[in-house]
Design a protein around this ligand. Structure first.
Ligand SMILES: Cc1cc2nc3c(=O)[nH]c(=O)nc-3n(C[C@H](O)[C@H](O)[C@H](O)COP(=O)(O)OP(=O)(O)OC[C@H]3O[C@@H](n4cnc5c(N)ncnc54)[C@H](O)[C@@H]3O)c2cc1C
Ligand code: FES
Ligand code: FES
Length: 480
């Protein structure tokens, strides 16, 4: 059965009501139904960025836009939103981004070009993103090009920065971009028009005959089951209500599990709790994937190398689940029973996660080794949180990913190093104990021996980075 419902949204400059299956992919709708073929289909797995669009959401009278790969967005999520494709950025003359791509020879066969232009334009529109060469390069972290070798595209980015940076100095970037000819004028009318769109919810899930597929950001599900989900009933978590902001209550930081990686990393309370979160985020997926991938999805996806899960394990995170017989909480470290086996029923949804808000004594570090520095999954990842004062570790939480069937909380090593005054020898002993807690397998990402070596180096990195005044790299390396 293919359940359909009316989905109302604005597509570029036009109000649309689409009678569609909520699980259908936006990419398929754009190319096959709306005949907007500027949005290209490449990998259909979120990897190449050829299908990048912008999705604008109205909140408190302002529309915020995020780049997303349309091959991973379910139609049902468009309700009440502004969907922008490359056609919606076109004007009578080239925009500064389009002109820069032409001037710098940033396009050859042209297949990837719409994705690059949309991603760069999306970066300019977001007041949280710096208008700098480094920034614009980050904007295209999710775009692949087979022809140009990237140099000319990076130069196009530099040209855009040179032309626009000085003028994009206010918070209302969209208005400024319209004035500068980087966006068509109709963008200024969108907040008012979106406010008038009657939001139509997804079909009432209580009427479903089958158990609906629970979709967070869909960045895992659509890669695994992209052909079947459009024909199934779906429960879109992102469509129920707006995601709640992070709050701090009674010494705990509480996070809505539907929060995207990007929103998590941008949140001031998370930056306060995990000061390097934005640095970590840049090593996870790509910008258009981070705007979709959710915290809850990363945990329930249960990949042994799930990056956020690794970090959250070290934060000693608690999960709060609803949908079973009762609301209940469970420590994240007890949630993984075996490879992709979770301590929850099929009906249970992670509603929130929480962890003790780090204080002055908290030291946190996260590490990842992958073949490419961006847009790649980890071979091994690792995280640590120490509660320590003057070199005395009151409590340690050490975690490794990629060495076991589950993201692994290192119970023995964490307990060994807790309630101890740290020394070089003690750190090495803890790392040796950690090695007894897992049995890695050889696979495409690396041999078992290589993973053991990475595990040791990454755990060592936590001690070196968190306790530079105690741990001496020279002494450690001399002892190896
Ligand atoms: C190009 C690309 C790059 C990627 N790079 C990385 C990377 O670097 N690091 C990394 O860790 N991952 C990466 N991923 C994997 C993926 O993005 C993450 O695992 C992401 O967090 C999944 O979240 P989601 O919300 O999209 O999950 P979904 O695909 O929506 O769901 C995944 C599973 O979780 C369930 N689920 C979702 N939310 C909940 C909830 N609140 N309660 C209960 N069940 C729920 C779903 O039913 C499904 O079984 C990448 C994916 C892609 C496509
Ligand atoms: S088609 Fe490659 S990211 Fe969507
Ligand atoms: S110009 Fe051909 S793929 Fe980029």
């Amino acid at each position: 059965m293919k359940p359909k419902c009316a989905i109302r949204f604005i597509l570029n400059n036009q109000e649309v009501t689409a009678w569609e299956s909520p699980g259908r992919l936006v990419l398929d709708y754009l190319r096959d139904s709306a005949r907007l073929t500027g949005t290209k289909e490449g990998c259909k797995e979120g990897d190449c960025g050829a299908c990048t669009v912008l999705l604008g959401s109205l909140k408190d009278g302002t529309v915020s836009y995020a780049p997303m790969t349309s091959c991973l967005i379910p139609m049902g999520e468009l309700t009440g939103k502004h969907l922008v494709t490359i056609e919606g950025l076109n004007q009578d003359t080239l925009s500064p981004v389009q002109a820069a791509m032409v001037d710098c020879g940033g396009t050859q066969c042209g297949y990837c070009t719409p994705g690059f232009v949309v991603a760069m334009t999306g970066w300019l529109m977001d007041p949280k993103r710096p208008i700098s060469s480094v920034g614009v390069r980050e904007s295209i972290s999710g775009n692949l090009c087979r022809c140009t070798g990237y140099r000319s595209i990076k130069e196009a980015g530099d040209q855009v920065v040179e032309k626009l940076a000085a003028q994009l100095n206010g918070d209302d970037r969209i208005q400024l971009l319209c004035v500068l000819g980087a966006l068509p004028d109709y963008f200024e009318t969108i907040p008012e028009r979106l406010a008038k769109i009657e939001s139509i919810a997804e079909p009432d899930s209580s009427s479903f005959k089958e158990r609906p597929v629970v979709i967070g950001g869909g960045t895992d599900l659509y890669v695994q089951r992209g052909e079947e989900i459009p024909y199934q009933q779906v429960h879109l978590l992102n469509n129920i209500e707006t995601v709640a902001p992070v709050v701090e209550e009674n010494g705990h930081t509480i996070v809505d599990s539907r929060m995207s990686f990007q929103a998590f990393g941008d949140d001031p309370l998370i930056i306060k709790a995990i000061p390097d979160i934005q640095v970590y985020n840049e090593l996870i997926a790509s910008w258009p994937i981070r705007t979709r991938a959710t915290i809850g999805g990363n945990i329930c996806n249960a990949s042994p190398i799930a990056d956020m899960t690794c970090l959250l394990l070290a934060m000693n995170t608690e999960l709060h689940l609803e949908g079973g017989d009762e609301l209940r909480s469970i420590p994240l470290k007890d949630f993984f029973l075996g490879y992709k086996q979770l301590a929850k029923t099929e009906d249970e949804i992670i509603e929130k996660i929480s962890f003790f808000t780090p204080g002055e004594k908290s030291l946190i570090n996260w590490e990842k080794v992958s073949k490419r520095s961006v847009l790649d999954i980890a071979t091994v990842n690792s995280a640590a949180r120490f509660e320590a004062e003057n070199g005395f570790i009151e409590q340690a939480y050490l975690v490794l990913g990629g060495v076991a069937p589950i993201p692994l909380y290192l119970k023995e090593a964490s307990s060994f190093i807790s309630k101890q005054a740290l020394t070089n020898e003690l750190a090495m002993e803890a790392i040796d104990i950690a090695q007894t807690e897992f049995e890695p397998i050889s696979d495409v990402r690396g041999s078992a021996d290589y993973k053991r070596l990475l595990a040791r180096q990454l755990l060592l990195a936590h001690f070196i980075k968190c306790f530079p005044e105690i741990i001496s790299e020279e002494v450690i390396y001399a002892s190896l």
